[in-house]
Design a protein around this ligand. Structure first.
Ligand code: C5P
Length: 231
């Protein structure tokens, strides 16, 4: 069974909770996403622990700041040995991020429009456009800025793939196996749908991390990934 394609989101409030899940999953998962909660709780020390355990790390901190700050923060992430990092998809931020990772293998992914945002949220920001229009604009800008890929909803992955081209790395959270609880997510698709639509990686959190049997839940997702790749 290929482990490639699954990123497990370590949305935990402490290193010890996250570590317990990593140990439980063992060789079923080799790529982990560290987001704001765990980063705030356990910081780069836990990122380095994952790397020492031979895991790959997606550091999902969605940087958005003045260029110099983004550049310097990305340089720190690049030195850490993380594989993926996210920045918001504004051109100034993305150009700074590309400068910051210069010479390192860190892959930079753009957050186009937060998937929790709808048109009212965009209007609140002062952007009088449809969500799809802003996603499209930001995907194009991300590719122009030299980013490696995009984080997107599985429901928009087909159009993002068309815009971003065959080499872009597309990572889709918001996936659930058919029949699994959707939690607070409203717009979900299955891992198979995401991959068939053009995603390279799916990010799965609670379906695995809050499962009574996380290993069984991970196996189910890996089987679905395999079926989508060979089907
Ligand atoms: O819902 P689940 O627990 O699988 O979410 C996994 C991760 O994906 C979380 O870290 C969450 O922040 C992220 N996510 C996202 N966009 C969504 C849904 C979830 O970035 N639409």
């Amino acid at each position: 069974m290929s482990r490639e394609g699954l990123i497990v989101a370590l949305d935990f409030d402490s290193a010890s909770h996250a570590r317990a899940l990593v140990e439980q999953l063992g060789d079923l998962a080799s790529f982990y996403k560290v987001g704001l909660e765990l980063y705030a709780a356990a910081g780069m020390e836990f990122v380095r622990e994952l790397l020492r355990r031979g895991k790959r790390v997606f550091l999902d901190l969605k940087f958005y700041d003045i260029g110099e700050t983004v550049k310097r923060a990305v340089a720190q992430v690049a030195h850490s040995g993380a594989t993926f990092a996210t920045v918001h998809g504004s051109s100034a931020v993305m150009h700074a991020a590309v400068e910051g990772r210069a010479g390192s293998p860190l892959k930079l992914l753009a957050v186009t429009v937060l998937t929790s945002f709808d048109e009212d949220d965009l209007r609140d920001l002062g952007y009088p456009c449809r969500v799809e229009e802003l996603v499209e604009l930001r995907v194009r800008k991300a590719m122009e800025a030299g980013l490696d890929g995009v984080v997107c909803s599985p429901l928009e992955v087909t159009s993002v793939r068309r815009l971003a081209g065959p080499r872009a790395i597309l990572v889709t959270p918001g996936v659930r196996s058919a029949g699994a609880a959707a939690g607070d997510q409203k717009r979900v698709a299955t891992p198979g749908d995401a991959l068939r639509g053009g995603a390279n990686y799916v990010v799965v959190g609670r379906q695995i991390t809050r499962a009574p049997d996380p290993r069984a839940a991970a196996r189910q997702i890996l089987n679905e990934i395999e079926a989508a790749r060979t089907g």
